[in-house]
Design a protein around this ligand. Structure first.
Ligand code: ACO
Length: 173
């Protein structure tokens, strides 16, 4: 049985492990190796703890829990993408490789999108690395509309990201 629920501080070691392990599995050969190696469980757990402990933090963090955390997703206000109407953003969504393609990504997406819609957000976007065909396939399958692209710097490398947009009223997911 897998539960999708809001995350608490006690979940953060699990969230950090999912993030680091899934980043390494997904982005090897895309993101510079040194950057992936420098990611640490402690560093990521601290980063999310700073958010959860801060009452002004605008994020909403969800986990997929099957005894331990096997996936998570973070949502919040758009971080200045400049696409009119897209006031909400899916900041991150990661499911451990052994748990992928079992419906958890969709379930996490659904919970976050439903909450944002209930809070009055109309549209949500997500940025994904252009080379991440797995992530892009997922967003396209859920009905995401390609909005545009941008260049970013990660670990000293220049990489392209693309944005997908979702109308939260449509609830296709
Ligand atoms: N191509 C086409 N369809 C897909 C793909 C794909 N690559 N991945 C999933 N789907 C479909 C599934 O078949 C399923 O369809 P159905 O419900 O109609 O049968 C639907 O999308 C939902 O799939 P889930 O099983 O819920 O997807 P999953 O649990 O694997 O989660 C995710 C998707 C989050 C992309 C996961 O695979 C993952 O963590 N991948 C690696 C990390 C990643 O790319 N994260 C996103 C980075 S961008 C960001 O975080 C903002």
């Amino acid at each position: 049985m897998v539960r999708i629920r809001r995350a608490g501080l006690g979940d953060l070691p699990g969230v950090a492990q999912v993030l680091v392990d899934t980043w390494r599995a997904t982005y090897r050969g895309v993101v510079p190796e040194a950057f992936l190696e420098e990611l640490s469980y402690e560093g990521q757990a601290d980063r999310w703890a700073r958010g959860l402990r801060d009452p002004t933090w605008p994020g909403r963090l969800f986990v997929a829990e099957a005894g331990e955390v096997v996936g998570f997703a973070a949502f919040g206000p758009d971080r200045a993408s400049g696409f009119p109407g897209y006031t909400a953003e899916l900041w991150a969504i990661y499911v451990l490789p052994t748990w992928q393609r079992k419906g958890l990504g969709r379930a996490l997406f659904h919970e976050g999108a439903r909450l944002l819609q209930a809070e009055g957000y109309g549209r949500m976007l997500v940025w994904v690395l252009k080379e991440n065909s797995q992530g892009r396939g997922f967003y396209e399958h859920l009905g995401g509309v390609l909005l545009g692209e941008r260049e970013i710097e990660l670990g000293g490398a220049k990489l392209w990201e693309v944005a997908y947009g979702f109308d939260l009223g449509e609830q296709k997911w």
